[in-house]
Design a protein around this ligand. Structure first.
Ligand SMILES: CC(C)(COP(=O)(O)OP(=O)(O)OC[C@H]1O[C@@H](n2cnc3c(N)ncnc32)[C@H](O)[C@@H]1OP(=O)(O)O)[C@@H](O)C(=O)NCCC(=O)NCCS
Length: 183
C-alpha cells in the first residue's frame, strides 16, 4: 500500500480524531478523557510542535497519526529537556502493515533534525525496542524515584544523548488534569 508520511494540517484534524478513536476506543473507558482529547488539548497549547505531529495519508484518507511533545526529566538540581512520544495510532483496519513503524521512524528523524537529544515513551516493550529504545531505568529515568518502570523506554538521538541525565519524567501540562494527575 502506498502512503505518505507528512506533517498534519488543520484540515486533517477531524480525520485524525477518527483514527485515534478507532485505534484506542475501549469499552467502558472514561468518555470524558481519551487520547484524541489529549491530542486536541496539545494542539491548543504552546507545547504543540507541528514538525513532530505527523500523519500517514493514502489517497486523501488518514490512516495513522503520531505526536511528540516536549518533556522534562527532573534531575536532583536541573531539569533536562527531552521529548515524549505519545500517542501513536493507526486506524484499526490498517494495523500491522508497517504504518506505525514508518510514523515512529519519521518522527525520530524529524526529532533528530530539530536537535532533540532523546525521546521517552511509555508503552509495549516488544514494540518500542524495535526502534532502539531501551529501558529508561538504564539511565535512572522513571516515573518514581525507584526507577523500576517496566514500560518506560528511552532512546538517545545523539551519541551519549542521555549521559548524565536522570530523574523523574514530567510531560507537558496538557497531560495532567486539574489535580495534577497524569491523564
Ligand atoms: C501500536 C500501533 C501504533 C502499531 O502500528 P501498526 O501499524 O499496527 O504497527 P506496524 O505494522 O508498524 O508494526 C511494526 C512491528 O511491531 C509489531 N507490532 C504491532 N503492534 C504491536 C503491539 N501492539 N505490540 C507489539 N508489537 C506490535 C508488528 O508485528 C511489527 O513487527 P515486525 O516489524 O517484526 O514485523 C497500532 O497497533 C495502534 O494504533 N494500536 C492502538 C493504539 C496504541 O496502543 N498505541 C500505542 C500506545 S501510544
Amino acid at each position: 500500500m502506498n502512503y505518505l508520511i507528512r506533517k498534519e494540517k488543520s484540515q486533517d484534524y477531524p480525520k485524525v480524531r477518527e483514527v485515534i478513536k478507532s485505534a484506542f476506543s475501549r469499552e467502558g473507558k472514561d468518555l470524558v478523557f481519551n487520547e484524541w482529547v489529549l491530542v486536541e488539548k496539545i494542539r491548543e497549547s504552546e507545547y504543540y510542535i507541528n514538525d513532530l505531529s505527523l500523519v500517514a495519508e493514502a489517497e486523501g484518507e488518514i490512516l495513522g497519526h503520531i505526536m511528540f511533545t516536549p518533556m522534562k526529566i527532573e534531575g536532583d538540581s536541573i531539569p533536562f529537556d527531552s521529548l515524549a512520544l505519545a500517542p501513536v495510532a493507526v486506524h484499526k483496519d490498517f494495523q500491522k502493515r508497517g504504518i506505525g513503524k514508518h510514523l515512529v521512524r519519521a518522527g525520530i528523524e524529524n526529532a533528530k533534525n530539530l536537535g532533540f537529544k532523546s525521546i521517552i515513551v511509555m508503552g509495549d516493550p516488544e514494540y518500542y525496542t524495535k526502534f532502539g529504545f531501551e529501558k529508561a531505568s538504564k539511565w535512572k529515568i522513571g516515573t518514581t524515584n525507584d526507577f523500576n518502570d517496566n514500560c518506560l523506554f528511552a532512546l538517545e538521538l545523539v551519541e551519549k544523548g542521555l549521559v548524565g541525565v536522570s530523574g523523574i519524567i514530567e510531560y507537558c501540562p496538557p497531560f495532567y488534569n486539574e489535580k495534577g494527575e497524569l491523564i
